[in-house]
Ligand binder design. Structure first.
Ligand SMILES: Nc1nc2c(c(=O)[nH]1)N[C@H]1C(S)=C(S)[C@@H](COP(=O)(O)O)O[C@H]1N2
Ligand SMILES: [Mo]
Length: 311
């Protein structure tokens, strides 16, 4: 068993009651409905409306990145490969009636309405560093729920060693997918221990608001100790697997992007150094921190792994 230190949990600065959701409801169009999901004919929320959340559940001393920068300088290849493309090309992206297909090694596979996965859990605000593999970084106040809380409801079995995620694949709605920049859909994965770690978040908002489309609406992963590309956006599929799943960047360039991809200043990218980073909004470069500064919480996950070989 892994014992997790919870230094971030004390003291709770402010606790708000369970989130209240507005009654903006629409019929879901999903076919199969899983055991936890609602009965056929039931209604689902269009998208997650954030009314209340637990402020400062996890904080940092680092200054927050300007909201304008965090929502206009993005990597989201489904909407184009330039940093300004996602904001420009995702404005009309419709996330109503979003469902997530859950499968693999678990007792409760099925297609779930987004609301059913998120609503049972209080939304927390967590301020995390985000370190892109391209050597820039931000500090973002996310809103979300621990991934572990959501995954446990599917009752993964003993064969579930990994969790695979996939982004929506719909070139009609995601214009960047009309070109084969990567093998769509975008895929990511975590070990079950990483997925269940209390720092791992399913993000549904940022800066006190619902997740902007360009940042991965309506729901995305946030894994603060790994390079940003592990934090997959606009998730429509979650699968528990026994084998290590294929992940998009690793499929493309296995020598450059490993499965773990923990932030590590000691392991350079083959084409550039990872020792320092440009914090968006700052002039001087910063030292990159091992595990992006989250080593106290996560280093023990990798006690038996040589992160220079299995990077
Ligand atoms: N589906 C999908 N998820 C993605 C990406 C992407 O292109 N497609 N880019 C990744 C990369 S490289 C980074 S750095 C972060 C950026 O998140 P942000 O735009 O919210 O800062 O999203 C990650 N998640
Ligand atoms: Mo990135």
């Amino acid at each position: 068993m892994i014992r997790i230190k919870r230094r971030w949990e004390l003291p709770a600065r402010e606790v708000t009651p369970e989130p209240i959701y507005r009654q903006r409801r629409k019929f879901i169009r999903a076919g199969a409905i899983g055991a936890l999901a609602m009965t056929p004919g039931a209604k689902a929320l269009a998208s997650i409306q954030i009314d209340e959340y637990r402020k400062g559940a996890i904080t940092l001393d680092d200054k927050l990145t300007d909201e304008e920068d965090a929502t206009s300088y993005n990597n989201f290849y489904e909407f184009g490969t330039d940093k300004e493309d996602p904001k420009r090309n995702s404005q009309r992206f419709d996330t109503d009636d979003w469902t997530i297909q859950v499968g693999g090694e678990c007792a409760r596979p099925g297609t779930y309405a987004l609301e059913d996965l998120v609503k049972p859990h209080p939304i927390e605000e967590r301020i995390y560093r985000l370190r892109c593999v391209e050597a820039w970084s931000m500090v973002i106040p996310w809103l979300g729920v621990p991934l572990a809380s959501v995954l446990k409801a599917f009752e993964p079995n003993a064969n579930a060693k990994y969790v695979a995620f996939r982004t929506l694949h719909d070139p009609e709605r995601m214009p960047g997918q009309r070109r084969a920049v990567i093998t769509w859909p975008y895929r990511e994965g975590l070990t079950i221990a990483e997925a269940m770690h209390p720092l791992t978040l399913l993000g549904v908002g940022m800066y006190g608001k619902t997740m902007p489309n360009q940042n991965g609406a309506p729901i995305r992963l946030v894994v603060p100790w790994k390079y940003g590309f592990k934090s997959i956006k606009s998730i429509v599929g979650i699968e528990f697997t026994e084998q290590q799943p294929q992940t998009s960047w690793n499929m493309m360039q296995p020598g450059e992007y490993g499965f773990y991809s923990n932030v590590n200043p000691e392991v350079d990218h083959p084409r550039w150094s990872q020792k320092r980073e440009r914090r968006i909004g700052e002039f001087f470069k910063r030292e990159t921190l091992m595990f992006n500064g989250y080593g106290e919480e996560v280093a023990e996950l990798y006690d038996d792994i040589d992160l220079r070989v299995n990077f």
